[in-house]
Write a protein that binds this ligand. Sequence first.
Ligand code: X2X
Length: 349
Amino acid sequence: MRAQGPNPEEEMSFDRRKFVTAAAVTAVSAPAILRVTRAGAAEYQLKIANNSPETHPLTVRMREAAANIAKDTGGKVDLQVFPNNQLGGDTDMLSQLRSGALEFFSLSGLILATLVPAASINGVGFAFPNYDKVWAAMDGDLGAHVRAQIDKSGLYAFEKMWDNGFRQITSSTRQIKSPEDLVGFKIRVPPSPLWTSMFKAFEAAPLTINFSEVYSALQTKVAEGQENPLTLINIAKLYEVQKYLARTNHMWDGFWLLANGKVWKGLPPDIQAAITKNLNASAMAQRADIAKLNDSVEKDLRAKGLEFNEVDPALFRAKLQKAGFFAEWKGKYGDEAWNILEKYTGKIA
Ligand code: X2X
Protein backbone atom coordinates (compact mmCIF):
# COMPACT_ATOMS: atom_id res chain seq x y z
CA MET A 1 0.00 0.00 0.00
CA ARG A 2 1.01 3.58 -0.45
CA ALA A 3 2.53 5.37 2.47
CA GLN A 4 0.81 8.59 1.56
CA GLY A 5 -2.88 9.20 1.14
CA PRO A 6 -4.31 7.50 -1.94
CA ASN A 7 -4.67 9.42 -5.13
CA PRO A 8 -8.41 9.20 -5.85
CA GLU A 9 -7.79 8.64 -9.56
CA GLU A 10 -5.49 5.69 -8.93
CA GLU A 11 -7.75 4.27 -6.30
CA MET A 12 -10.66 4.30 -8.71
CA SER A 13 -8.84 2.61 -11.57
CA PHE A 14 -7.51 -0.05 -9.22
CA ASP A 15 -11.08 -0.80 -8.14
CA ARG A 16 -12.15 -0.97 -11.74
CA ARG A 17 -9.48 -3.49 -12.67
CA LYS A 18 -10.28 -5.63 -9.69
CA PHE A 19 -13.93 -5.54 -10.57
CA VAL A 20 -13.44 -6.38 -14.23
CA THR A 21 -11.24 -9.34 -13.30
CA ALA A 22 -13.71 -10.65 -10.76
CA ALA A 23 -16.55 -10.35 -13.23
CA ALA A 24 -14.56 -12.07 -15.98
CA VAL A 25 -13.71 -15.12 -13.90
CA THR A 26 -17.09 -15.63 -12.28
CA ALA A 27 -19.64 -14.67 -14.88
CA VAL A 28 -20.21 -17.01 -17.78
CA SER A 29 -22.29 -14.50 -19.66
CA ALA A 30 -20.18 -11.58 -18.39
CA PRO A 31 -22.85 -9.16 -17.24
CA ALA A 32 -21.84 -5.91 -18.87
CA ILE A 33 -22.38 -3.64 -15.93
CA LEU A 34 -19.13 -1.79 -16.12
CA ARG A 35 -18.18 0.78 -18.66
CA VAL A 36 -14.84 2.50 -18.55
CA THR A 37 -16.01 5.88 -19.66
CA ARG A 38 -14.85 9.43 -19.83
CA ALA A 39 -14.24 11.33 -16.60
CA GLY A 40 -17.44 12.33 -14.85
CA ALA A 41 -19.61 9.70 -16.52
CA ALA A 42 -21.26 6.94 -14.51
CA GLU A 43 -19.03 4.00 -13.64
CA TYR A 44 -21.89 1.59 -13.25
CA GLN A 45 -24.60 1.61 -15.86
CA LEU A 46 -27.29 -0.74 -14.64
CA LYS A 47 -30.80 -1.52 -15.88
CA ILE A 48 -33.92 -1.95 -13.77
CA ALA A 49 -37.14 -3.14 -15.40
CA ASN A 50 -40.78 -3.84 -14.64
CA ASN A 51 -44.11 -4.80 -16.21
CA SER A 52 -46.15 -1.79 -15.09
CA PRO A 53 -47.09 1.45 -16.84
CA GLU A 54 -45.14 4.68 -16.45
CA THR A 55 -47.65 6.22 -14.04
CA HIS A 56 -47.95 3.18 -11.74
CA PRO A 57 -46.37 3.78 -8.31
CA LEU A 58 -43.99 0.89 -9.02
CA THR A 59 -42.44 2.84 -11.89
CA VAL A 60 -42.72 6.27 -10.29
CA ARG A 61 -40.88 5.08 -7.18
CA MET A 62 -38.28 3.15 -9.18
CA ARG A 63 -37.42 6.38 -10.94
CA GLU A 64 -37.22 8.12 -7.56
CA ALA A 65 -34.86 5.42 -6.26
CA ALA A 66 -32.68 5.71 -9.37
CA ALA A 67 -32.38 9.47 -8.92
CA ASN A 68 -31.49 9.12 -5.24
CA ILE A 69 -28.95 6.40 -5.96
CA ALA A 70 -27.25 8.64 -8.52
CA LYS A 71 -27.19 11.43 -5.95
CA ASP A 72 -25.87 9.29 -3.09
CA THR A 73 -23.09 7.81 -5.22
CA GLY A 74 -22.03 11.14 -6.67
CA GLY A 75 -23.18 10.01 -10.11
CA LYS A 76 -21.21 6.74 -10.09
CA VAL A 77 -24.36 4.68 -10.55
CA ASP A 78 -26.67 5.26 -13.48
CA LEU A 79 -29.72 3.05 -12.93
CA GLN A 80 -31.76 3.15 -16.12
CA VAL A 81 -35.45 2.39 -15.68
CA PHE A 82 -37.30 0.31 -18.29
CA PRO A 83 -41.00 0.15 -17.30
CA ASN A 84 -44.06 -1.28 -19.01
CA ASN A 85 -42.53 -4.45 -20.48
CA GLN A 86 -40.17 -2.44 -22.70
CA LEU A 87 -37.63 -5.25 -22.35
CA GLY A 88 -40.20 -8.02 -22.91
CA GLY A 89 -42.81 -9.82 -20.84
CA ASP A 90 -42.15 -11.05 -17.30
CA THR A 91 -40.94 -14.45 -18.51
CA ASP A 92 -38.42 -12.81 -20.86
CA MET A 93 -37.25 -10.34 -18.25
CA LEU A 94 -36.71 -13.15 -15.73
CA SER A 95 -34.47 -14.94 -18.27
CA GLN A 96 -32.57 -11.72 -18.91
CA LEU A 97 -32.11 -11.22 -15.17
CA ARG A 98 -30.77 -14.73 -14.75
CA SER A 99 -28.28 -14.37 -17.59
CA GLY A 100 -27.12 -10.95 -16.42
CA ALA A 101 -28.42 -9.13 -19.50
CA LEU A 102 -30.70 -7.30 -17.05
CA GLU A 103 -29.37 -6.37 -13.62
CA PHE A 104 -32.49 -5.48 -11.59
CA PHE A 105 -36.13 -6.46 -12.03
CA SER A 106 -39.33 -6.40 -9.97
CA LEU A 107 -41.35 -9.59 -10.26
CA SER A 108 -44.43 -11.03 -8.62
CA GLY A 109 -43.45 -13.74 -6.15
CA LEU A 110 -45.97 -16.01 -7.83
CA ILE A 111 -44.20 -15.77 -11.19
CA LEU A 112 -40.80 -16.02 -9.55
CA ALA A 113 -42.07 -19.36 -8.26
CA THR A 114 -41.40 -20.84 -11.71
CA LEU A 115 -37.77 -20.64 -10.53
CA VAL A 116 -38.13 -20.50 -6.72
CA PRO A 117 -41.20 -22.56 -5.79
CA ALA A 118 -41.43 -21.14 -2.24
CA ALA A 119 -41.94 -17.62 -3.61
CA SER A 120 -45.63 -18.08 -4.42
CA ILE A 121 -46.62 -18.81 -0.84
CA ASN A 122 -48.07 -15.36 -0.15
CA GLY A 123 -50.56 -15.96 -2.97
CA VAL A 124 -52.35 -18.91 -1.41
CA GLY A 125 -56.04 -18.19 -1.90
CA PHE A 126 -57.73 -16.14 0.83
CA ALA A 127 -54.76 -16.49 3.18
CA PHE A 128 -54.28 -12.82 4.07
CA PRO A 129 -57.20 -10.83 5.51
CA ASN A 130 -55.52 -7.40 5.35
CA TYR A 131 -52.35 -5.38 4.73
CA ASP A 132 -51.25 -5.37 8.37
CA LYS A 133 -50.81 -9.13 8.23
CA VAL A 134 -49.25 -8.97 4.76
CA TRP A 135 -46.48 -6.59 5.75
CA ALA A 136 -45.87 -8.28 9.09
CA ALA A 137 -45.33 -11.56 7.22
CA MET A 138 -43.35 -10.26 4.26
CA ASP A 139 -41.13 -7.97 6.37
CA GLY A 140 -40.87 -10.78 8.93
CA ASP A 141 -40.25 -14.50 8.93
CA LEU A 142 -42.22 -15.39 5.81
CA GLY A 143 -40.30 -12.90 3.71
CA ALA A 144 -37.02 -14.09 5.24
CA HIS A 145 -37.91 -17.69 4.38
CA VAL A 146 -38.61 -16.79 0.74
CA ARG A 147 -35.54 -14.59 0.43
CA ALA A 148 -33.31 -17.41 1.61
CA GLN A 149 -34.69 -19.58 -1.19
CA ILE A 150 -34.26 -16.80 -3.74
CA ASP A 151 -30.64 -16.47 -2.68
CA LYS A 152 -30.01 -20.14 -3.48
CA SER A 153 -31.35 -19.62 -7.01
CA GLY A 154 -28.55 -17.25 -8.02
CA LEU A 155 -30.72 -14.16 -7.64
CA TYR A 156 -30.68 -11.60 -4.86
CA ALA A 157 -33.86 -10.13 -3.32
CA PHE A 158 -33.99 -6.83 -1.50
CA GLU A 159 -35.60 -6.83 1.90
CA LYS A 160 -38.66 -4.70 1.21
CA MET A 161 -41.26 -5.98 -1.20
CA TRP A 162 -43.23 -3.55 -3.35
CA ASP A 163 -47.01 -3.70 -3.36
CA ASN A 164 -49.14 -4.93 -6.22
CA GLY A 165 -52.27 -5.50 -4.14
CA PHE A 166 -55.24 -7.65 -3.31
CA ARG A 167 -56.54 -9.13 -6.51
CA GLN A 168 -60.06 -8.80 -7.92
CA ILE A 169 -61.69 -10.58 -10.85
CA THR A 170 -62.86 -8.66 -13.90
CA SER A 171 -64.93 -9.90 -16.82
CA SER A 172 -66.37 -8.77 -20.12
CA THR A 173 -69.04 -11.45 -20.33
CA ARG A 174 -70.62 -12.19 -16.98
CA GLN A 175 -70.68 -11.02 -13.41
CA ILE A 176 -68.81 -13.30 -11.02
CA LYS A 177 -71.10 -13.46 -7.99
CA SER A 178 -70.45 -16.96 -6.71
CA PRO A 179 -67.89 -19.70 -7.38
CA GLU A 180 -70.33 -21.30 -9.86
CA ASP A 181 -69.92 -18.29 -12.13
CA LEU A 182 -66.27 -19.23 -12.58
CA VAL A 183 -67.08 -22.65 -14.02
CA GLY A 184 -65.76 -22.70 -17.60
CA PHE A 185 -64.80 -19.02 -17.36
CA LYS A 186 -61.91 -18.19 -19.69
CA ILE A 187 -59.69 -16.26 -17.34
CA ARG A 188 -56.22 -15.01 -18.06
CA VAL A 189 -53.74 -15.82 -15.30
CA PRO A 190 -50.05 -14.84 -15.05
CA PRO A 191 -47.44 -17.54 -15.71
CA SER A 192 -47.39 -19.38 -12.39
CA PRO A 193 -48.40 -22.88 -11.27
CA LEU A 194 -50.24 -21.50 -8.21
CA TRP A 195 -52.51 -19.32 -10.33
CA THR A 196 -53.35 -22.07 -12.76
CA SER A 197 -53.97 -24.53 -9.94
CA MET A 198 -56.26 -22.14 -8.09
CA PHE A 199 -58.47 -21.35 -11.08
CA LYS A 200 -58.59 -25.01 -12.06
CA ALA A 201 -59.84 -25.69 -8.54
CA PHE A 202 -62.61 -23.19 -9.30
CA GLU A 203 -63.27 -25.22 -12.50
CA ALA A 204 -62.48 -22.17 -14.59
CA ALA A 205 -60.50 -22.35 -17.84
CA PRO A 206 -57.28 -20.48 -16.98
CA LEU A 207 -55.07 -19.21 -19.80
CA THR A 208 -51.45 -18.38 -19.02
CA ILE A 209 -50.55 -15.01 -20.53
CA ASN A 210 -47.87 -12.48 -19.59
CA PHE A 211 -49.16 -9.07 -18.51
CA SER A 212 -47.63 -7.54 -21.64
CA GLU A 213 -50.34 -9.32 -23.66
CA VAL A 214 -53.30 -8.95 -21.32
CA TYR A 215 -54.98 -5.89 -22.78
CA SER A 216 -55.09 -7.37 -26.27
CA ALA A 217 -56.11 -10.82 -24.99
CA LEU A 218 -59.13 -9.18 -23.34
CA GLN A 219 -59.84 -6.90 -26.26
CA THR A 220 -59.90 -9.79 -28.74
CA LYS A 221 -61.85 -11.94 -26.22
CA VAL A 222 -59.21 -14.64 -26.22
CA ALA A 223 -59.85 -14.32 -22.48
CA GLU A 224 -63.19 -13.27 -20.99
CA GLY A 225 -61.64 -12.01 -17.82
CA GLN A 226 -58.56 -11.55 -15.70
CA GLU A 227 -57.72 -10.73 -12.11
CA ASN A 228 -55.55 -7.91 -10.78
CA PRO A 229 -55.48 -5.26 -8.07
CA LEU A 230 -57.66 -2.18 -8.61
CA THR A 231 -54.77 0.24 -9.12
CA LEU A 232 -53.27 -1.77 -11.95
CA ILE A 233 -56.69 -2.35 -13.54
CA ASN A 234 -57.09 1.40 -13.55
CA ILE A 235 -53.61 2.44 -14.66
CA ALA A 236 -53.39 -0.22 -17.38
CA LYS A 237 -56.87 0.85 -18.56
CA LEU A 238 -58.28 -2.66 -18.42
CA TYR A 239 -61.70 -1.09 -17.75
CA GLU A 240 -61.75 -0.22 -21.46
CA VAL A 241 -62.01 -3.91 -22.32
CA GLN A 242 -63.85 -5.23 -19.21
CA LYS A 243 -67.38 -4.64 -17.94
CA TYR A 244 -67.64 -6.18 -14.47
CA LEU A 245 -65.51 -6.36 -11.37
CA ALA A 246 -66.05 -8.80 -8.51
CA ARG A 247 -64.52 -7.79 -5.17
CA THR A 248 -63.04 -11.19 -4.45
CA ASN A 249 -59.80 -10.14 -2.70
CA HIS A 250 -58.76 -13.70 -3.50
CA MET A 251 -55.05 -13.21 -2.88
CA TRP A 252 -52.39 -10.67 -2.07
CA ASP A 253 -49.63 -10.24 -4.62
CA GLY A 254 -46.45 -8.18 -4.37
CA PHE A 255 -43.22 -7.64 -6.25
CA TRP A 256 -39.81 -8.82 -5.12
CA LEU A 257 -37.13 -6.38 -6.19
CA LEU A 258 -34.51 -8.75 -7.58
CA ALA A 259 -30.91 -8.45 -8.73
CA ASN A 260 -28.75 -10.84 -10.70
CA GLY A 261 -26.75 -12.50 -7.90
CA LYS A 262 -23.33 -12.32 -9.57
CA VAL A 263 -23.77 -8.72 -10.57
CA TRP A 264 -24.91 -7.85 -7.08
CA LYS A 265 -22.01 -9.60 -5.36
CA GLY A 266 -19.58 -7.92 -7.74
CA LEU A 267 -20.57 -4.41 -6.69
CA PRO A 268 -18.47 -2.65 -4.02
CA PRO A 269 -20.05 -2.43 -0.54
CA ASP A 270 -20.61 1.33 -0.65
CA ILE A 271 -22.46 1.04 -3.97
CA GLN A 272 -24.50 -1.87 -2.61
CA ALA A 273 -25.35 0.19 0.46
CA ALA A 274 -26.58 3.16 -1.58
CA ILE A 275 -28.69 0.94 -3.82
CA THR A 276 -30.13 -1.01 -0.89
CA LYS A 277 -31.01 2.06 1.13
CA ASN A 278 -32.82 3.77 -1.71
CA LEU A 279 -34.64 0.77 -3.17
CA ASN A 280 -35.96 -0.18 0.27
CA ALA A 281 -36.98 3.41 1.04
CA SER A 282 -38.79 3.77 -2.28
CA ALA A 283 -40.52 0.43 -1.68
CA MET A 284 -41.95 1.79 1.56
CA ALA A 285 -43.10 4.95 -0.18
CA GLN A 286 -44.62 2.86 -2.99
CA ARG A 287 -46.66 0.85 -0.46
CA ALA A 288 -48.01 4.11 0.93
CA ASP A 289 -48.86 5.32 -2.60
CA ILE A 290 -50.95 2.21 -3.27
CA ALA A 291 -52.65 2.50 0.13
CA LYS A 292 -53.62 6.05 -0.72
CA LEU A 293 -54.87 5.10 -4.18
CA ASN A 294 -56.93 2.28 -2.64
CA ASP A 295 -59.11 4.96 -1.02
CA SER A 296 -60.22 6.45 -4.32
CA VAL A 297 -59.65 3.91 -7.09
CA GLU A 298 -62.99 2.12 -6.80
CA LYS A 299 -64.87 5.37 -7.30
CA ASP A 300 -62.62 6.14 -10.22
CA LEU A 301 -63.25 2.80 -11.88
CA ARG A 302 -67.00 3.00 -11.31
CA ALA A 303 -67.00 6.41 -12.96
CA LYS A 304 -65.25 4.84 -15.94
CA GLY A 305 -68.10 2.37 -16.26
CA LEU A 306 -66.87 -0.75 -14.49
CA GLU A 307 -69.75 -2.45 -12.64
CA PHE A 308 -68.74 -3.62 -9.17
CA ASN A 309 -70.21 -6.42 -7.09
CA GLU A 310 -69.35 -7.84 -3.70
CA VAL A 311 -68.99 -11.58 -3.11
CA ASP A 312 -69.03 -13.85 -0.08
CA PRO A 313 -65.39 -14.95 0.10
CA ALA A 314 -66.33 -17.89 2.36
CA LEU A 315 -68.06 -19.58 -0.60
CA PHE A 316 -64.96 -19.25 -2.77
CA ARG A 317 -62.70 -20.48 -0.01
CA ALA A 318 -64.99 -23.47 0.60
CA LYS A 319 -64.79 -24.41 -3.06
CA LEU A 320 -60.99 -24.39 -2.95
CA GLN A 321 -61.07 -26.45 0.22
CA LYS A 322 -63.38 -29.02 -1.34
CA ALA A 323 -61.17 -29.27 -4.41
CA GLY A 324 -58.20 -30.13 -2.19
CA PHE A 325 -56.36 -26.93 -3.15
CA PHE A 326 -55.08 -26.07 0.33
CA ALA A 327 -53.97 -29.60 1.14
CA GLU A 328 -52.13 -29.84 -2.17
CA TRP A 329 -50.23 -26.60 -1.68
CA LYS A 330 -49.48 -27.21 1.96
CA GLY A 331 -47.86 -30.44 0.78
CA LYS A 332 -45.85 -28.60 -1.87
CA TYR A 333 -44.52 -25.86 0.41
CA GLY A 334 -43.98 -28.24 3.32
CA ASP A 335 -45.03 -27.95 6.95
CA GLU A 336 -42.25 -25.59 7.94
CA ALA A 337 -43.16 -22.92 5.40
CA TRP A 338 -46.90 -23.44 5.90
CA ASN A 339 -46.49 -22.93 9.65
CA ILE A 340 -44.65 -19.67 9.06
CA LEU A 341 -47.48 -18.52 6.80
CA GLU A 342 -50.16 -19.46 9.33
CA LYS A 343 -48.24 -17.71 12.10
CA TYR A 344 -49.33 -14.50 10.37
CA THR A 345 -52.61 -15.44 8.69
CA GLY A 346 -54.11 -17.73 11.31
CA LYS A 347 -55.25 -21.21 10.37
CA ILE A 348 -55.90 -21.32 6.62
CA ALA A 349 -57.52 -24.69 6.15
O1 X2X B 1 -49.32 -10.10 -14.52
C1 X2X B 1 -50.06 -9.53 -13.71
O2 X2X B 1 -51.27 -9.68 -13.70
C2 X2X B 1 -49.45 -8.61 -12.69
C3 X2X B 1 -49.08 -7.32 -13.38
O3 X2X B 1 -50.35 -8.35 -11.67
C4 X2X B 1 -48.26 -9.26 -12.11
O4 X2X B 1 -47.18 -8.74 -12.15
C5 X2X B 1 -48.46 -10.55 -11.46
